[in-house]
Ligand binder design. Structure first.
Ligand code: MF3
Ligand code: CO
Ligand code: CO
Length: 291
């Protein structure tokens, strides 16, 4: 797969540069890892400069939407109202809310409160209460490029237990980002996050993880947070994926709401928290594209 091009040919990435001064060295290094039995990304998982620029612009809109919601959100509001604000803001900024209609998802954002883990469906019947913690997960499409990030919001008088959980979920992102560098493995990120989470007395959801993102909302690779260091896919400059561990205060088990077909909650009814970042692997480390 990596040896068809001659060194003086135009690079496969579309940069217009000769292969030998573009992706040649990187491809040789990937081949070496592959020959040792490592899981390596294929070319579709390594974004070109033009694609990265597109995803970066999408990420800017994604961040602006979350910043806007940070200013607006308050006790007494319904999650349906937040959905309308996000839908409107996204379009105002030239984007499309990517969750709307995705596999039939009915709304422009996922909002998951307290014991809900992810894929909460906004509703005019769900009113934000004093003491709630909630995740607002925004996926944005701009000029064909996708970005995906989420934040937690703590409303009013939030218990110390909930604040600690939300803080740990945020720190889990930092712990993962520390391992987000080229020639590490996805499992390095997964294990670091899992070790940290357990050290806090919490557990990581096993069934749902992060994903490549950019050309589609969900691309390969799948990013597990229950993986082992030195395993899973090799990280290579140009890869774009999310880090989005779901952290449960109690046990890791989750259940799907069969009535709405979407919302995942903790099995034990205890709280869950999640932050999500879209990250680009660079030559020197990483760049956050949405958070
Ligand atoms: N934004 C979610 C994620 O982090 C995906 C939501 S898909 C939906 O991957 F259909 F539930 F909206
Ligand atoms: Co995501
Ligand atoms: Co998301």
């Amino acid at each position: 797969m990596y040896n068809k091009l001659e060194r003086n040919d135009a690079c496969w990435c579309g940069s217009g540069k000769k292969y030998k001064v573009c992706h040649f060295n990187q491809d040789e290094r990937i081949k070496l890892y592959k020959s040792k039995g490592c899981i390596v990304p294929n070319r579709s998982m390594i974004k070109s400069t033009a694609q990265i620029n597109g995803i970066r612009e999408s990420g800017k809109v994604n961040i602006e939407i979350l910043d806007y919601i940070t200013d607006q959100i308050q006790i007494g509001m319904s999650t349906g109202e937040i959905d309308r604000l996000i839908d409107h803001k996204t379009r105002e900024l030239g984007g499309i809310p990517a969750t709307l209609g995705y596999d039939g998802f009915p709304k422009s954002v996922c909002i998951s409160i307290n014991h809900e883990v992810c894929h909460g469906i906004p509703s005019d019947k769900v009113i934000l209460q004093d003491g709630d913690i909630l995740n607002v997960d925004v996926t944005t499409k701009v000029n064909g490029y996708y970005s995906d990030s989420s934040r937690m919001y703590c409303l009013g008088n939030v218990s110390a237990d909930r604040l600690r959980l939300v803080d740990a979920a945020r720190k889990a992102i930092d712990v993962g980002l520390e391992k987000a560098r080229a020639w590490n493995f996805l499992g390095d990120i997964g294990q670091a996050i899992n070790d940290f989470t357990r050290s806090m007395g919490y557990s990581v959801v096993k069934e749902i993880g992060g994903h490549g993102v950019g050309i589609e909302m969900h691309e390969e690779p799948y990013v597990s947070y229950v993986s082992k260091s030195g395993t899973e896919m090799l990280l290579v400059p140009g890869m774009v994926f999310t880090i989005e561990p779901m952290i449960n205060a109690g046990k890791a088990g989750v259940i799907l709401n069969k009535a709405n077909g979407w919302t995942i909650s903790t099995k034990d009814g205890k709280d869950s928290a999640q932050w999500e970042v879209t990250v680009l692997i660079t030559d020197s480390g990483y760049e956050i594209l949405a958070y």
